[in-house]
Design a protein around this ligand. Structure first.
Ligand code: FE2
Length: 257
C-alpha cells in the first residue's frame, strides 16, 4: 500500500496555480476572529475549519479521539463572515482538514530560514488513503514577500522562492518541503491555508488552474542569501544550545502553518 499522491507535485513538491483575482473580493480576513497561535514567526490564526468547529487551531491529532488532518468541521460563525474564502477552500471538492487564515507580521529572509519547518499533516493518516497537502492563497498584496521552500532545512542548494502578490495560489507538500515565508513589508500578511486530501478531485483542480511545478525564483541579492544562511546557522546553534542547557531535545517538526 502507499499513499495516494498528486503526480503534479512529484517533481518539486509544489505547484503554482493561475493567479486569482483577489482584488474583486472583499477583505473578509479583516472580519473573522483570530486567536493567538505561534508558528514560524509572529503569527495569529483565524480558523475556518477546525477539529470540532470551534475557534481553535490545534492539530486534529491532539484532540480526543486523535485523528488525522481530514474531515475538518466548518466554524459557522467564521464562514458566515468569509463566504469567498470558504468557497475557495471548498472548490477543489477534496476533503478539507484544517483551514485557516494566517496573519504574519513582517520579517525578513534570515527569519524565514530560521523558521523553516515541515508540517505534520499526515500523522495518523491511514496508508492507502490520500496524502494531505496544503493550499496557500495569498490574500494581501505582498509584493516584496516570498515563500521559501527547501528540500533540506540547512542546505541552500535546493531553494524555491515564490512570489506572494495578492491572488498567488500554491499547493505545497508541506510535510516534504521545509517552508516559511519571508515577509518584507510594514503591514501583516494574510494567507488562506487549507489542508486538502490528495486524489482525483485535487488533481483535477490543479489541472483546471494550470498548476506548474516550477516558476522562476524570486531574485534576492547574493549577499542577502549569504547573510541569511549565516544567520540561520547561528540561530539554530544558539537554539540547540539553549535547549540542551534545559535538557530538551531539538524537534524539527512543527505541526502548524
Ligand atoms: Fe507549515
Amino acid at each position: 500500500m502507499a499513499y495516494i499522491k498528486s503526480a503534479a507535485l512529484e517533481e518539486t513538491g509544489y505547484v503554482v496555480l493561475d493567479r486569482y483575482n483577489q482584488e474583486l473580493d472583499p477583505k473578509e480576513w479583516l472580519d473573522i476572529e483570530f486567536v493567538d497561535w505561534k508558528s514560524s514567526g509572529e503569527t495569529q490564526f483565524a480558523p475556518l475549519a477546525s477539529a470540532f468547529g470551534d475557534i481553535e487551531c490545534n492539530g486534529f491529532w491532539n484532540h480526543k479521539p486523535p485523528r488525522t488532518d481530514k474531515d475538518g468541521v466548518w466554524v459557522q460563525s467564521q464562514i458566515e463572515k468569509a463566504p469567498n474564502l470558504t468557497r475557495r477552500a471548498q472548490e477543489p471538492g477534496a476533503n478539507v482538514g484544517r483551514c485557516r487564515v494566517i496573519e504574519l507580521q513582517p520579517n525578513n529572509y534570515a527569519d524565514a530560514l530560521y523558521n523553516l519547518h515541515q508540517d505534520d499533516n499526515n500523522r495518523l493518516n491511514p496508508d492507502g488513503t490520500g496524502w494531505v497537502v496544503r493550499g496557500f492563497f495569498n490574500l494581501t498584496d505582498d509584493k516584496d514577500s516570498y515563500f521559501v521552500l527547501r528540500d533540506n532545512r540547512t542546505d541552500p542548494s535546493v531553494e524555491y522562492r515564490i512570489a506572494l502578490p495578492a491572488g498567488a495560489q500554491l499547493i505545497v507538500d508541506t510535510q516534504r518541503l521545509w517552508h516559511a515565508a519571508a515577509h518584507n513589508g510594514t503591514e501583516p500578511r494574510y494567507c488562506l491555508i487549507t489542508s486538502w486530501e490528495s486524489g482525483p478531485a485535487l488533481d483535477a483542480y490543479i489541472e483546471k488552474y494550470n498548476g506548474v511545478a516550477r516558476v522562476p525564483n524570486v531574485e534576492v541579492p547574493q549577499e542577502i542569501l549569504d547573510a541569511g544562511q549565516a544567520e540561520q546557522t547561528r540561530r539554530l546553534a544558539a537554539r540547540a544550545a539553549a535547549l540542551a542547557a534545559r535538557g530538551v531535545a531539538e524537534t524539527s517538526v512543527m505541526s502548524e502553518a
